[in-house]
Design a protein around this ligand. Structure first.
Ligand SMILES: *[C@@H]1O[C@H](CO)[C@@H](O)[C@H](O)[C@H]1NC(C)=O
Ligand SMILES: *[C@@H]1O[C@H](CO)[C@@H](O)[C@H](O)[C@H]1NC(C)=O
Ligand SMILES: *[C@@H]1O[C@H](CO)[C@@H](O)[C@H](O)[C@H]1NC(C)=O
Length: 488
């Protein structure tokens, strides 16, 4: 530090001492905060400390925004009959992703009359104008980051396992769990268990129904509304059955999110959006060899950078079952919200990073067939560095997996151990679900599968003595041999 003459005055010395004292206080304070991670005290200042955590109201600014935007949604309804696919789904050859085959044909069997196509296109252009016009009024809490998820009652045990894995990873991000209605509310969970894991329940109908004429939401449509109504500016959306194997908190601060503000992950199939969609959206049709279809178990979105496309995504989902789901996905593999994210960004010419590295399918061989259990999705930072020819310190070409999406066999403690299922080999003996331990440890850096069984055990033992006994039996048989971690 260079001291000028003036700073030798007493006042300046005092000021410097005060600054040093203040800085050390901040340091000790943040250190203490870090130490509090396990008890999640760091989140308690974000939550009301007493009373009904769930009934806390959505901010009036967001309600006002929503009721106003709902008018745009209703006004931009396509004026034609619903789009139906009356064709057998494309076969495996047609949906195979072939990055080295630029001549591969896009799946194209959706048919619309010229008149209907014009009607859908007109409504789309109207919506695009509305989205651009209303985006600046989207309300969220500035400079906040958090995780958003949705969970009906059946998914609560699965979500508890995921939340426990999230906290085990060291993540300090607050979580908002959106419920479909008050019928799904359970005070033990929403006022007790979830808050102890840094999560709070929010009931979507509390705000959704403030717009009087909107249609009731169905299954796939909840995700985008949960993102739209969440309080955070920077959102990591996770399906209830997805969790990080390592701490995801730096994703918001680093590339590719810091430049793009929208990050999506791939599925294992090629894209099957109809050529008609691109005409409707007035954008050029990308070759199908360009990117895989999307897998929306995890998604990063910045509301400050992507407000307008978020509104267009909302439009695609609001009219998803009747128009945009068939337009954006002609295949049988997960028709639904998954393709709405990048296509809305493309329609508004907004930047996004679609992770290029294909998901790592987790499972095991049984009778000569691969039994798919889950999908591991890669760290977007590693993916971005590899694509840009930059090295990761030790191993330049191998990205690390980050998320595990248990889409195929849900980790519900009550049902995951069955006579025939992912925990049994062909002879019916217990086995690991995700394949050899070595590959999991090698790529995640630790045994995420053993760790998830500890959380399934905790969650199963909260649920019932039967489930608890079943999981203990499996855990001891699989992991008890090293003598250290036998549960009785
Ligand atoms: C919280 O508020 C909601 C709606 O007002 C109510 O249905 C629920 O029972 C309340 N829960 C508790 C624990 O008071
Ligand atoms: C898939 O469908 C195409 C027609 O689009 C056909 O030529 C091909 O033989 C089919 N492949 C399989 C494996 O059924
Ligand atoms: C990447 O690593 C390779 C060898 O591991 C090295 O030769 C190369 O210079 C590195 N490139 C960058 C951009 O650091």
């Amino acid at each position: 530090m260079i001291l000028t003459r003036r700073s030798h005055s007493r006042a300046a010395v005092f000021k410097a001492l005060a600054t040093i004292f203040f800085l050390s206080f901040c340091f000790v304070f943040s250190y203490l905060q870090l130490q509090g991670t396990s008890s999640l005290q760091f989140l308690s200042n974000r939550l009301p400390t007493s009373g009904n955590l769930t009934a806390a109201h959505f901010p009036p600014e967001l309600i006002k925004f929503w009721t106003n935007f709902a008018d745009s949604l209703l006004e931009s309804r396509p004026v034609c009959a619903d789009i139906k696919i009356d064709h057998a789904p494309p076969n495996d050859t047609e949906t195979r992703f072939e990055p080295d085959n630029p001549n591969k044909q896009r799946v194209d069997f959706l048919r619309l009359s010229a008149e209907d196509q014009k009607a859908v296109k007109n409504s789309h252009s109207f919506m695009v104008k509305q989205a651009l016009h209303k985006a600046p009024n989207l309300f969220y809490n500035r400079r906040t980051k958090g995780i958003v998820t949705t969970a009906g009652p059946r998914y609560v045990p699965i979500l508890l396992v995921s939340l426990r894995m999230l906290r085990r990873s060291g993540s300090r991000l607050p979580v908002e769990v959106f419920l479909g209605s008050w019928d799904e509310y359970d005070s033990t969970i929403c006022e007790g268990l979830f808050p102890s894991l840094g999560a709070r329940c929010r009931v979507i109908t509390d705000i959704y129904n403030k717009a009087p004429s909107v249609a009731k939401l169905e299954h796939f449509q909840f995700k985008i509304f949960a993102i739209l109504f969440s309080s955070f500016e920077d959102v990591l959306f996770l399906d209830a059955d997805a969790f990080p194997g390592n701490n995801p908190d730096d994703l918001f601060l680093t590339e590719p999110y810091s430049s793009y503000g929208l990050v999506t992950w791939p599925d294992i199939f090629g894209n099957t959006a109809s050529p008609i969609y691109f005409q409707i959206a007035s954008i050029s049709e990308p070759p199908v060899s360009l990117r895989l279809s999307s897998e929306s178990g995890q998604l990063l979105l910045s509301k400050s950078k992507h407000a307008a496309d978020l509104l267009l995504m909302t439009y695609y989902n609001y009219y998803g079952p009747s128009y945009y789901y068939p337009l954006l996905c002609q295949g049988s593999h997960g028709a639904g919200d998954k393709e709405t994210f990048i296509h809305a960004a493309m329609a508004l010419d907004r930047p996004f990073w679609d992770v290029r590295e294909r998901p790592w399918v987790l499972g095991h061989w049984k009778n000569g067939q691969f039994g798919l259990v889950a999908m591991a999705q890669y760290h977007p930072g590693d993916d971005w560095r590899i694509e840009n020819g930059l090295n990761r310190s030790s191993d330049p070409a191998t990205p690390r997996p980050l998320f595990v999406h248990n889409h195929f066999h849900k980790l519900d403690p009550k049902t995951i151990i069955r006579e025939v299922g992912p925990t049994r080999d062909a002879e019916g003996n217990y086995q690991r679900m995700w394949g050899p331990k070595e590959s999991i440890v090698d790529r995640f850096g630790h045994d995420v599968e053993q760790e998830v069984w500890k959380e399934i055990l905790v969650t199963g033992c909260e649920a019932s003595t039967d489930t608890c006994a079943k999981v203990k039996d499996y855990y001891n048989a699989m992991y008890g041999e090293d003598g250290k971690e036998i549960y009785f």
